[in-house]
Design a protein around this ligand. Structure first.
Ligand code: GLN
Ligand code: ZN
Length: 768
């Protein structure tokens, strides 16, 4: 079979079929295995990845799509963008210190507070990669930033593949995207002149090693256009063309349309341009018009962000004009990094639902079928094309997807259902009276450490080696211990600890109709952390209460208020693989009504505080500014729809995993939660910025403990942060809490940190 139209994957999941990378990393970090073992695992994973793609018939395989933690962090290390606090050795331990922070020695003082001594360093800031749920480490630059080539990872991995018999197309994070995503200087992209020699050097080394094509990812192309970025792109690719003319460059745009960047993208002096035709199918004509004939177009036609099986004949029809033009490649919309690896591992799925899905390796096959249909004629893959069209038709007609009752309830929603009875000020007065909390009340975000015992009990229960009663006993004991301990250290508002929850979205999805779950559908969230996003395939309803019994049990153990703990509709939506057969807002409203039912049941059971987490509201923001208002409208409306069915005295909390809401402050305020907790400790400056222009009207807990790092913050660090907060907020508004849930931490990190946090609150209440 000789393919003239090639098939590229752009990038593949790196974590391993059985999450081998995760376990190897965690074992290395815990000091249980050495670096050689970690490197061996990584090498085996890369080899398996290439072999899998080759077997499926992929003709352009990537290399350097592997990463121990994050490809942006790889790039920081590679170009020597290593902040001084991490030293200047570009080795793996420096890399992990940048990723995770490094704990210095600790000692406990006479007051029982834990102090960090020695050279503890915080982790770099981490944030969402465009609008995905993948997190990258934010590069940090200084005004006198110098760059140098400090790692040859892309070259080494290219050679490694070559040794295994694979000629690959190395992938690099583009220099313009890399700079644009960084911080520390005002216009990081203006550092481009200093950065380019490093890339040129690297590209030459890749060419020397035998590379003929290189894929350079520039997802900034899908953002709103900017003069700086356009100029930097032009300069960059002109320089590559003159200095490394022997290398062909495929510039990859993805996550949306080129929009204002259409002209700059199609006029770069490069050999190829990849475009996302899943998120932006309508851009094909414009690109065909603008692209010179000799520019190879890589057509991103298989969804790299979702798990739906494609309707292949429909795709072939859609790309016919591009095929006629010629000089094309077939590819997923973006790297397959964001999809689970292999659907075949899923043996427990409903057969119909399974027949509508495709994971990374199935998508590779879809790409190959498309290319064969083009190269050898549709008849050569007739059975495959028919099966694909039939699956699409079956899904569109299935009663498993469409519920008349859900539709009817949605149609009957009235505007007052999304409105609390009284405005915040009136509610706050009632709530203050009811709770009589001290100034600067302390609380946590919900989860406590998911220890190996907790995970083992869950997995034993799943396997049936412990029965329901034993599992429940175990969870009750954990919950009771957590409640007792929170009382003991003096927290004001308690949580039950979420020991019964596998994940804040999955736990709800499992109890809602319209969702299904995979067993092995892991995707990387950050570093070694993977999530298994629920698959939302049908109309959503809540058949029975989901959290009431656990809340009741926890509240029965204490006189202090225990928060009911729910995940909000926008977050459930944004962290799931969602339907592509109806707009997102419609799916979101269905979920909102289901959560509203749960809020009512919690209140009826006696819950006086109910937290509805909207961790992912911000990351759902569309990449183009002009689409924001519409998204925020329906997102806020969905939150209000689920939160507004309660009495004035009932305090609604929400939580968001970030602090950058300068630009969405109005929307966050419009959610009208009585209390919001946010993440702030990793980016102190933003905390100041946020409240500069707009006052946040309701109560707010700026996170004072960075839970992404094992480091224990000192009391003084927390009081310093709180002083910043007090410059912008009134004391009556301020709550004290960690940045986020504590499930990923260990008890011996959490305990001293929260003891310190309570001490910080006391220090504020009784200034010396
Ligand atoms: N209640 C959740 C927890 O503590 C919130 C986590 C989150 O928003 N990411 O785990
Ligand atoms: Zn959070």
């Amino acid at each position: 079979m000789s393919l003239s139209i090639p098939v590229a994957t752009l990038g593949t999941p790196r974590i391993g079929l059985k999450r081998e990378l995760k376990f190897a990393l965690e074992s290395y970090w815990a000091g249980k295995s050495d670096q050689a073992a970690l490197l061996d695992t990584a090498r085996a994973l890369r080899a398996a990845n290439w072999a899998r793609q080759a077997k499926r018939g992929v003709t352009i395989m990537p290399s350097n799509d592997f990463s121990f933690y994050d490809q942006v962090l790889d790039t920081s290390l590679m170009v020597g963008a290593i902040p001084a606090i991490y030293g200047d050795k570009a080795d793996l331990d420096t890399y992990f210190a940048m990723a995770r922070g490094a704990q210095g020695a600790t000692e406990t003082c006479a007051h029982g507070h834990v102090h960090t001594t020695g050279h503890g360093v915080p982790a770099q800031e981490m944030t969402k990669w465009f609008d995905t749920n993948y997190h990258y480490m934010v590069p940090e630059f200084t005004p006198d930033q110098a760059f140098r080539l400090t790692s040859l990872k892309p070259v080494e991995e290219f050679i490694e593949a070559k040794t295994l018999g694979h000629h690959t197309r190395p992938v690099l994070v583009g220099p313009v995207t890399f700079l644009t995503l960084g911080k520390g200087v005002e216009h990081p992209v203006r550092l481009i002149d200093r950065l380019l020699p490093v890339y040129v050097d690297l590209l030459k080394k890749l060419a020397d090693a035998g590379a003929d094509w290189v894929q350079i990812d520039e997802p900034v192309l899908a953002l709103d256009g900017s003069v700086d970025v356009a100029a930097a792109l032009q300069k960059t690719y002109a320089r590559f063309a003159t200095e490394v003319p022997e290398l062909k460059i495929m510039v990859a745009s993805y996550f949306g349309d080129l929009n204002e960047n259409l002209y700059v993208a199609t006029s770069l002096p490069v050999a190829g341009l990849h475009i996302d035709l899943v998120r932006a199918p309508e851009q094909l004509d414009a690109v065909l018009d603008a692209a010179p004939k000799d520019l190879t177009l890589s057509l991103g036609v298989i969804d790299g962000r979702n798990i739906w099986r494609a309707n292949l004949p429909a795709i072939l029809d859609r790309i016919a004009p591009a095929v006629k033009r010629g000089n094309i490649q077939i590819a997923p919309s973006c790297s397959l990094l964001h999809t689970p690896i292999d659907l075949e591992l899923e043996t427990g799925l409903d057969a119909d639902v399974k027949s509508w899905l495709a994971f990374s390796v199935q998508k590779q096959s879809e790409l190959v079928i498309l290319a064969r249909a083009l190269n050898e004629g549709r008849d050569s893959v007739k059975a495959e094309l028919d099966a694909s069209a039939q699956a699409a038709a079956a899904r569109a007609a299935s009663p498993k997807v469409h519920s008349a009752a859900v539709r009817a309830r949605l149609a009957a929603v009235t505007p007052d259902q999304a409105q609390r009875a009284q405005p915040f000020a009136a509610r706050a007065a009632l709530q203050r009276q009811a709770f009589a909390l001290p100034a600067f009340p302390t609380t946590t975000i919900g989860s406590f450490p998911q220890t190996s015992e907790v995970r083992k009990a869950r997995s034993d229960h799943g396997k049936g080696t412990i029965d329901d009663a034993q599992y429940e006993r175990f969870l009750k004991d954990e919950t009771e211990r957590a409640i007792r301990w929170q009382e003991e250290i003096g927290l004001d508002v308690l949580v039950h600890g979420e020991f019964e929850r596998n994940d804040m979205v999955q736990y709800f999805g499992e109890q809602l109709s319209g969702f299904t779950f995979t067993k092995h559908g892991w995707v990387q969230s950050y570093g070694s952390r993977c999530v298994r996003p629920p698959v939302l395939y049908g109309d959503v309803a809540r058949p029975a209460p989901m959290t009431v019994a656990w809340w009741q049990y926890a509240q029965s153990l204490t006189d202090r208020p225990v928060k009911g703990m729910l995940t909000g509709p926008v977050t459930i939506l944004n962290w799931s693989f969602v339907r592509d057969d109806q707009p997102r807002w419609e799916s979101c409203r269905q979920i909102a009504l289901a959560i509203r039912d749960e809020v009512s049941d919690l209140e009826a059971a006696g819950a006086k505080m109910i937290q509805i987490d909207e961790a992912a509201l911000r990351e759902g923001l569309p990449l183009h500014r002009s689409d924001w208002a519409h998204y925020l409208d329906w997102a806020v409306e969905s939150f209000r729809l689920c939160a507004s069915g309660v009495r004035n005295e009932t305090q609604i909390h929400t939580h968001m995993c970030y602090s950058e809401f300068n630009d969405i402050m109005d929307a966050v305020a419009a959610m009208d939660a009585d209390v919001i907790s946010i993440e702030t400790s990793r980016s102190k400056m933003e905390l100041l910025d946020v409240f500069k222009t707009t006052k946040y009207p309701n109560e707010i807990g700026p996170g004072v403990y960075d839970i992404h790092s094992p480091r224990v913050p000192e009391v003084s660090e927390m009081t310093d942060l709180l002083s910043l907060a007090r410059e912008r907020l009134s004391d009556a508004q301020i709550w004290i809490n960690p940045d986020c849930g504590l499930k990923t931490r260990k008890w011996d990190e959490v305990k001293p940190a929260l003891v310190n946090m309570v001490a910080a609150a006391k220090a504020l209440r009784e200034p010396v």
